[in-house]
Write a protein that binds this ligand. Sequence first.
Ligand code: AMP
Ligand code: MG
Length: 313
Amino acid sequence: MGTYVTISVPAADADRLDQAVPDIKQALEGIEAALSIFRPESEISIINTNAGNWTEISPETARIIEQALEYADLSGGAFNPTVLPLVHAWGLHGAKTPPKWLDDEHLAPLLKLVEWRNLEVEHNRVRLKEAGMQLDLGGIAKGYAVDVCYDLLYSRGMTNVMVNLGGDLRCSGGTERNPYWIVGVRNPFNRNQIIGRLMLSGGDAVSTSGNYERFIELNGRRVAHIIDPRSGYPVEGMAGVTVLAADSITADALSTALFVMGVEESTEVLDKQENIFALFVPDMQPLEIHLCRNMRTRFIPEPAYKDSVRIVQ
Ligand code: AMP
Ligand code: MG
């Protein structure tokens, strides 16, 4: 997945963790082998090659695809697991020629292929209805992997634990003195600084989608690796979105979705959701931190950013 996993437990659990490490490695390797679009033999790549026809897949992969469709529905298509033709067109997964700005005429035929309602899934098979459609679980796979690691560790008694897969993280436990894990939220404009801290416990998961970790330069503009599947254009105007949820797959999918939707549209969706907390940093100066719903009970801004906080609701 192009990143590192960090697992933190108290020293008393060091031996237990050592014993679990081979199983964690195997689980992560299995997820990557099934879901990677960069491996021609992965289940996802075979589904893509087979577009137009049914492909038999494992029930686990079918379940992840079902969940991806639930988040697509929830976000009105802002999260779209069939976005890959657009991702490729914009050169966001590495292009052979330098990417250039595309127009509506170029994007129109691709938009027809980016239609999550044309992705069908049953308990062990899946079909992209149209030839040329392509599945990409990049907006959800890391979150899923964190949940798998977390469940594995938790079920082996490591109930005071944090799993961090390149910024998608989940934790539970804490110490007597401090019942929370404290996690910094990075300043999207300065990776050496944080804008505040989140207090996490009880299996809370956090994911951030940003335009600073992975982006390309187009026409002198910094363009995120996240596409608005409704327009076909890369998202502009947002620097970072952090979502806190009850599990990592939800946090991961929704950080991508809310990044696309922006503050106002996100608020409408979040109003209907229990236990989803969100923080937005628009791509503008001076920096503003928009906190949704009950995020203010979990987020402590750094003193320098106290006056930058806006409560949206
Ligand atoms: P994340 O870093 O979790 O926000 O996921 C970003 C990745 O998800 C990108 O690298 C693409 O592979 C994929 N992606 C881009 N735009 C979307 C979208 N609108 N919906 C779902 N996945 C997307
Ligand atoms: Mg995500």
